[in-house]
Design a protein around this ligand. Structure first.
Ligand code: TPP
Ligand code: DXP
Ligand code: MG
Length: 640
């Protein structure tokens, strides 16, 4: 256990009010102590380290200059909020980050008045901050909206929708673009190139030398009342044209680790009559911690690690990660099929598209944080004869739902959706849970929806999807590693709409969809031990349903239970609908559906999350026994 860092100044700061009592020349030490505390804490918890390291000085400066929580500070994505949480009364809990019952890894309204808006999905901050600004303006209350948005998050359309609408807020809206020239992977696209030009422009380099004079000049201005933001903004303009055209006063780029630059600029912006202002801050992801600075991903997301060496405590070996099974399988398929291509929305490593890209760089597309564009881009590719795989996490695909409906399903275009992080995801909590994709996809005409029970099934489904040209097809699979099952060299093209019996019984039938299959098998063992002969089916498809299999099992068993890692409206709903339509439930058949509960589950270890969700073997057994205790009138008889 490494010794906790010594933080004498940070120990005196519990809230921003305490921070604002410090002298400006103490803020450097405060920031150094804040960085040391965060490194030590995340070493014990794991989490998003790199982005928080990059905003230590910015966090200090914002809370020092602006009147938080009256001024509403909205962090985009929120994964960089650990320094913010330490400075806003949560240092005592920072080592509970991302654990069951602990602090969320993102900002969360329920946690603190200093978290006015929850986040985790990117590019929402400007819209939210604008809402706060306009609400205060309309209610005649003080209080700005301050959005801190990264260069990666700035690649999403929603950010522009908000900026396009921002002029009405005037000086009540401040947008701080935290430009560290990184997303999770290196940033992509025209915006990234634009920002790079801005930062590398000679004016910027010149500005560094101007900075010291600037702070004196601005401070004089503070004494003599404020010139219009116009003067220093225009005077400092070094290429913020894009933002100025959208109605912002552009200030920057400025060095986001230099408090002598940050404080006077923020003070000027705070006191100016003009706005909205966009301050372009240049930072380094992973700043101040060599292992992070030197790593390719800047320690974007880390396991617990040794603070001295930076070595992460990751389990080595074991079954392959689902994302890599997908990426490597697709890469193999593409060797023989030039129509196959892959799209990721800024998540190349998380989706396994990086593995595909290594083999087929000209067929892999990272569109940035732009799921909506990614889906419709895939639709265009499909319409013109390609076999596109849109590899998007279940939760992030939610952002592109209309594109799925309007651009893909209605037109019946053969887009393949590789849906990773299906089901509960553990430390990222409810914002990242893949709870709804079965529901929101299986309800769509033309859509085929598959769910892999293990990594071999995932490989078969990837192949099946590649060969399926009759319309859109989606296959979902969980976060993390597989079960260790062998992946056959020769892949099977699955028959669309057909499930498989994995265990024969006579009294109880468990219809499992996806990765709950292991629990379903365990439940069958426990039921057999109670003399209840149990069939287990892996349905494979939520749509189209294997109605022949369902009817056969419903007509030959006493109890039928469906199990899925999805919210209501998925497999169970479709099975019940089919059964009732066909009159299969008119007799004494007992049908129960098991699914995710109707709540947003907080972060915890995934196994505990599924226990809380009631989707493990004992819960399946209890559900079956409960059904058997119901008499033909549907009344439960007393437990024996
Ligand atoms: C809609 C959406 N898609 C994808 C993600 C996954 N994601 C989390 S952080 C991140 C990169 C953000 O880059 P940037 O905004 O520059 O922040 P930085 O990590 O550089 O501080 C991505 C793609 C997300 N949170 N939300
Ligand atoms: C902050 C964010 O949205 C991503 O970093 C996300 O946490 C990645 O999730 P995985 O760790 O499941 O890839
Ligand atoms: Mg960035």
């Amino acid at each position: 256990m490494s010794e906790r860092p010594k933080t004498p100044l940070l120990d005196t700061v519990n809230t921003p009010d305490d921070l604002r009592k410090l002298e400006k020349d103490q803020l450097r030490q405060l920031s150094d102590e804040l960085r040391a505390e965060m490194i030590d804490a995340v070493g014990t918890t794991g989490g998003h380290l790199g982005s928080g390291l990059g905003v230590v000085e910015l966090t200090t400066a914002i809370h020092y200059v602006f009147n938080t929580p009256e001024d509403k500070l909205v962090w985009d994505v929120g994964h960089q909020c650990y320094p913010h949480k330490i400075l806003t009364g949560r240092r005592d809990r920072i080592r509970t980050l991302r654990q069951g019952g602990g602090l969320s890894g993102f900002t969360k309204r329920a946690e603190s008045e200093y978290d006015p808006f929850g986040a985790a999905h990117s590019s929402t901050s400007i819209s939210a901050a604008l809402g706060f600004a306009m609400a205060n303006k309309m209610q005649g209350r003080p209080g700005r909206g301050i959005a801190v948005i990264g260069d990666g998050a700035m690649s999403a359309g929603m950010a522009y929708e908000a900026m396009n609408n921002a002029e009405q807020a005037g000086n009540r809206l401040v947008v701080i673009l935290n430009d560290n020239d990184m997303s999770i992977a290196p940033p992509v696209g025209g915006l990234s190139a634009y920002l790079a030009r801005t930062v590398s422009s000679s004016e910027y380099l010149g500005l560094r030398s101007l900075a010291s004079r600037l702070s004196k000049k601005l401070s004089r201005r503070v004494h003599h009342g404020l010139e219009k933001a116009e003067e220093y903004a225009r005077g400092m303009v070094t290429g913020g044209t894009l933002f100025e055209e959208l109605g912002f006063y552009y200030v920057g780029p400025i060095d986001g680790h230099n408090l002598d630059h940050l404080i006077p600029v923020l003070e000027n912006v705070r006191d100016s009559e003009q706005g909205p202002v966009l301050i372009h801050v240049v930072t380094k992801k992973g700043k101040g911690y060599a292992p992070a600075e030197n790593s390719a991903d800047k320690y974007h997301g880390v396991a617990k690690f040794d603070v001295v060496t930076g070595e992460q405590k990751k389990s080595k070996g074991g079954p392959p990660a689902y994302q890599n099974v997908f990426g490597e399988t697709l890469a193999k398929l593409a060797n023989d099929d030039p129509r196959i291509c892959a799209i990721t929305a800024a998540m190349p490593s998380g989706t396994g598209v990086d593995k595909f890209a290594k083999a087929h760089p000209d067929k892999a597309f990272d569109v940035g944080i732009a799921e909506q564009h990614g889906v419709t881009f895939a639709a265009g590719l499909a319409a013109e004869g390609m076999r596109p795989f849109a590899a998007i996490y279940s939760t992030f695909l939610q952002r592109a739902y209309d594109q799925v409906v309007h651009d893909v399903a209605i037109q019946n275009l053969p887009v393949r959706f590789a849906i990773d992080r299906a089901g509960l995801v553990g430390a990222d909590g409810c914002t990242h849970a893949g709870s709804f994709d079965i529901t929101y996809l299986a309800t769509l005409p033309n859509m085929v929806v598959m769910a892999a029970a293990d990594e071999a099934e995932l490989a078969h489904m990837t192949y099946t999807a590649a060969e399926y040209d009759d319309g859109p097809i989606a296959f979902r699979y969980p976060r993390g590693s597989g079960t260790g099952v062998e992946i056959p060299e020769k892949l099977e093209k699955l028959e669309i709409g057909k499930g498989r019996i994995v265990r024969e019984g006579t009294k109880v039938a468990i219809l499992s969809l996806g990765a709950r299959l292991e629990e379903a098998k365990k439940a069958a063992d426990q039921l057999e031990a109670k003399g209840l002969s149990t069939t287990v089916a892996d349905m494979r498809f939520a749509k189209p349903l294997d109605t022949d299999l369902i009817e056969k099992l419903m007509r030959s068993h006493e109890v039928v239970v469906t199990v899925e890692e999805g919210a209501i409206g998925g497999l169970g709903a479709h099975v019940l609908t089919f059964a009732s339509d066909e009159g299969l439930t008119d007799g004494g058949l007992k049908v129960r559906t098991m699914r995710l509960p109707d709540v947003f589950q907080d972060q915890d270890d995934p196994a505990k999350q599924y226990d809380e969700a009631g989707l493990n073997a004992p819960h399946i057994v209890d559900t079956v026994l409960g059904a058997l205790r119901h008499n033909s009138a549907g009344v439960e008889e007393a437990r024996a």
